[in-house]
Design a protein around this ligand. Structure first.
Ligand code: NAD
Length: 273
C-alpha cells in the first residue's frame, strides 16, 4: 500500500454514499477515509446517518499528519432540497468544493420482462439522476472557482455482460460513463476535469449484505468463488482498490486526464472466457 503523502492537502472533497451497506469498506467509505489520509477536508454524505458513524470514526483516526478532516451529513442524493442543504453545509464548513465523488449506486436484478416499471425508474433515479443532480448543484461552484474535479462511479456492468441480467444497472452505468465524457469536454476550458472509475466484481460488504441473497441463496462463499472465477488476477479487489483509483483521478497527478475511465477489475473485462 502506498504511504499517504498529503497529495490532497487543502482540497475539499464531497463524497456521496460514504457509509457502507454492512461492516467493512464499502467504496464510499474507503474513498472518504483514503482522502482524509491524504490531507483532504472531506464532507461524507449518506442518506443513512447511522452508516456514517463508522466512516466518521475511521476518518477521525486517519486525520494524522497531513491535516485531513472529516465531517458527515445526511443527504439523499436523489432529492434536490437535500442536495442544496448538503452543498450549503459543505461551504459553511470548508468554504469551497474542489472534488465531487459521485459514488451512490447499486444494482437490481432482472431484464425488461421480469423487472417492474417501478424498479426500472428507481434504478434510473438511484444510479443516474443522483449523478446529474449532484453535478447540477456543485458544478456552478467549480465554474466560479475556475477549477474542480468530478469522479463518477460506474461499473463493469456498464461496458460488458458480467454474469447476470441487471438491465437497468447496466444501462445507467453506461450512461454515467458517457455523461462523464460529455461533461469533461463541456467544462475542460473552465478548468474542470471529469473522469469515471469502473469497478468490477469486488469483495465489498455489499456481497454479504445483499448480493449473496439475490444470486446464490445466501451462500456467500459460492458467490465469492463465482466472482473470483471470472477474474484473471488471483485475488478479489475491494473498496481500497476503488479508493486508490478515485484518489489518483482526483489528485493533481491526473491534471492532464479528463473524459476517460479507469477500470478496476483485475483484468475481468478484457478476458474472453
Ligand atoms: N461493490 C461492488 O462490487 C461494486 C462493483 C462495481 C461498482 N460498484 C459501485 O460502487 C458504488 C458503491 O457501491 P458499494 O457496493 O460500495 O456501496 P454500498 O451499498 O456498500 O454503500 C452505498 C451507500 O450509499 C448510501 N445510499 C444509497 N442510496 C443513497 C442516496 N439516494 N443518497 C445518499 N446515499 C445513498 C447507502 O446508505 C450506503 O451507505 C456504487 O455506485 C456501485 O454501483 C460497486
Amino acid at each position: 500500500m502506498t504511504q499517504p503523502n498529503g497529495r490532497m492537502q487543502d482540497k475539499v472533497v464531497l463524497v456521496t454514499g460514504a457509509g457502507s451497506v454492512g461492516p467493512g469498506w464499502g467504496n464510499g467509505r474507503a474513498i472518504a477515509v483514503r482522502m482524509v489520509e491524504e490531507g483532504a477536508k472531506v464532507m461524507a454524505l449518506d442518506q443513512d446517518l447511522q452508516r456514517l458513524d463508522e466512516t466518521l470514526r475511521l476518518g477521525r483516526q486517519a486525520q494524522g499528519r497531513h491535516q485531513g478532516q472529516i465531517e458527515v451529513a445526511s443527504c439523499n442524493v436523489t432529492q434536490t432540497p437535500a442536495i442544496q442543504a448538503a452543498v450549503e453545509a459543505t461551504l459553511q464548513r470548508f468554504g469551497r468544493i474542489d472534488v465531487l465523488v459521485n459514488n451512490v449506486g447499486g444494482s437490481a436484478a432482472g431484464g425488461p420482462v421480469e423487472m417492474s416499471e417501478e424498479v426500472w425508474h428507481a434504478q434510473i433515479d438511484h444510479n443516474l439522476t443522483s449523478v446529474f443532480l449532484m453535478c447540477k448543484h456543485v458544478l456552478p461552484l467549480m465554474l466560479a472557482q475556475g477549477s474542480g474535479v468530478v469522479v463518477n462511479m460506474a461499473s463493469t456492468s456498464g461496458i460488458r455482460w458480467t454474469g447476470s441480467a441487471q438491465v437497468a444497472y447496466a444501462a445507467t452505468k453506461a450512461a454515467v460513463i458517457q455523461m462523464g465524457r460529455v461533461m469533461a469536454v463541456q467544462y475542460a476550458k473552465q478548468g474542470i476535469r471529469v473522469n469515471t472509475v469502473v469497478p468490477g466484481q469486488l469483495h465489498t460488504p455489499m456481497v454479504e449484505a445483499r448480493l449473496a441473497k439475490q444470486r446464490t441463496g445466501g451462500d456467500v462463499q459460492a458467490l465469492l468463488a463465482q466472482r473470483q472465477s471470472r477474474i484473471p488476477l488471483p485475488f478479489m479487489g475491494d473498496g481500497q482498490d476503488t479508493a486508490n483509483a478515485v484518489l489518483f483521478l482526483a489528485s493533481d497527478e491526473a491534471r492532464f486526464i479528463t473524459g476517460t475511465e479507469i477500470i478496476v477489475d483485475g483484468g475481468m473485462t478484457v478476458r474472453c472466457a
